[in-house]
Design a protein around this ligand. Structure first.
Ligand SMILES: Nc1ncnc2c1ncn2[C@@H]1O[C@H](COP(=O)(O)OP(=O)(O)O)[C@@H](O)[C@H]1O
Ligand SMILES: [Mg+2]
Length: 316
C-alpha cells in the first residue's frame, strides 16, 4: 500500500518535515522520561516486560501519566497484552488521541489502525520511520511521566528510527534469555546503544528457569546465568531474572499483565525489583540535557550505520 493511501486511511495530514519535527520536539518535551525496551532476538519477552513495567509505573503515578508506543510495526502485541484489542485512536484536528488501557496507560500502536487482525503491514524502512515519527509528533500524548517504547527484535529500522527521533532517550532496557545464542546478539544490542550514545539502564534475564508446579524441581530450560555473565562481561547493570511461568503467558494472552493480579508470585516479586531499579535509574538521572539532533545524526552517519530515508514518496 502506498504511503499516501495509508496516510489518508489513518487520517494524518501531510506537511513539511520541519513543521512535523518542531511539533515532535514540542510534544516530546512534555514527556519527562523515555525508555525503550530492546533485544537481539524475538520472543524473549520484550513486550511482556514493557507492559508490566508500564503497569508497575502507572501504579505509582497519577492516572494518564504513563504511555506506551508500540514501535513493533510488523508484530504489534501491546494491545493484546493490555487487553486492548479492537481499540482505536480518535482523530481530531489537534492530532490523534492515544487509546487508554488499564490504570489509564496511554497506548499507540499500528494495530489500532489496521482494518483487520490479519492485515499485515508490508512496509520498507522509510515508511516505518515515517509512521513512528507521526506517532511521536501527531499524537496528543499530553504531559507524561514516562513513555515506554516497545521495539521489535534487533537493531533494524524501527530501533534506529526511535533512537534518531528521540536522542534525549533516558535509556534502554535490554531483554534476553539465558541461552548462548541469545547472549551473542545481546552484544550487538549493547554495541548499537553505545554507538548511538544511548544509556543502557540494564539487562533483564527472562525465561530464567522453570519451577515444576508438581514437584518443585527447577528446570533450566534455556540454560542458566547467561544474563548475569553477559552483564559482567559487557559492563552493563543486571536488573534481574524473571522465571518461566505459564501464568505469565496466560496473563499476556488474556490481556491482564501478570503484575496486576499475581503480586505474590516469584515472577512478580522479581519484576517489582526490576521496576524499582529502572525507577531509581530515572529518578537519579532527573531531567537529562538534550544532545543536539544534528550532532547525533552526524554521529550515526560517521559510524556507517544506515540512516533511514525520511520523507520520500515510497511504495512498499
Ligand atoms: N517469563 C515468561 N514465562 C512464560 N511466558 C512468557 C514469559 N515471558 C514471555 N512469555 C510469553 O512468551 C511470548 C513472547 O513474549 P513477548 O513479550 O511477545 O516477546 P517479544 O516481545 O520479545 O517478541 C508471549 O506469549 C509471552 O506471554
Ligand atoms: Mg514484542
Amino acid at each position: 500500500m502506498g504511503r499516501v493511501a495509508q496516510e489518508q486511511q489513518i487520517g494524518f495530514k501531510r506537511e513539511g518535515l520541519e513543521e512535523q519535527e518542531k511539533r515532535l520536539r514540542e510534544r516530546m518535551s512534555r514527556v519527562r522520561h523515555k525508555v525503550a525496551v530492546i533485544s537481539g532476538k524475538g520472543g524473549v519477552g520484550k513486550t511482556m516486560v514493557t507492559v508490566n513495567l508500564a503497569v508497575a509505573f502507572a501504579k505509582k503515578s497519577t492516572p494518564g501519566k504513563v504511555g506506551i508506543l508500540d514501535a513493533d510495526i510488523h508484530g504489534p502485541c501491546v494491545p493484546r497484552m493490555l487487553g486492548m484489542k479492537g481499540g482505536i485512536l480518535r482523530i481530531s484536528p489537534m492530532g490523534a488521541f492515544p487509546a487508554t488501557g488499564p490504570l489509564g496507560i496511554k497506548v499507540v500502536s499500528i494495530d489500532f489502525l489496521l482494518p483487520s487482525q490479519e492485515t499485515p503491514v508490508i512496509w520498507r524502512g522509510p515508511l516505518k520511520m515515517s509512521a513512528i515519527r507521526q506517532f511521536l509528533s501527531d499524537v496528543t500524548w499530553g504531559d507524561l511521566d514516562l513513555l515506554l517504547i516497545d521495539l521489535p527484535p534487533g537493531t533494524g529500522d524501527e530501533a534506529l528510527s526511535v533512537m534518531q527521533l528521540l536522542p534525549e532517550m533516558d535509556g534502554v532496557v535490554i531483554v534476553t534469555i539465558p541461552s548462548e545464542a541469545s547472549q551473542d546478539v545481546v552484544r550487538k544490542v549493547v554495541m548499537f546503544a553505545r554507538e548511538l550514545n544511548i544509556p543502557i539502564i540494564g539487562l533483564v534475564e527472562n525465561m530464567s528457569g522453570l519451577i515444576c508446579p508438581n514437584c518443585g524441581t527447577r528446570i533450566d530450560v534455556f540454560k542458566k546465568g547467561g544474563g548475569e555473565t553477559m552483564s559482567r562481561e559487557l559492563g552493563v547493570d543486571f536488573l534481574g531474572k524473571i522465571p518461566l511461568d505459564p501464568r505469565i503467558c496466560e496473563a499476556s494472552d488474556e490481556g491482564v499483565p501478570f503484575v496486576i493480579n499475581q503480586e505474590d508470585s516469584p515472577a512478580a516479586k522479581s519484576f517489582a525489583e526490576i521496576a524499582e531499579k529502572v525507577w531509581r535509574f530515572l529518578s537519579e538521572k532527573g531531567n537529562v540535557a538534550m544532545k543536539t539532533r544534528t550532532e547525533h545524526i552526524l554521529g550515526i552517519d560517521k559510524n556507517g550505520l544506515s540512516q533511514a530515508a525520511d520523507n520520500k514518496e515510497v511504495d512498499a
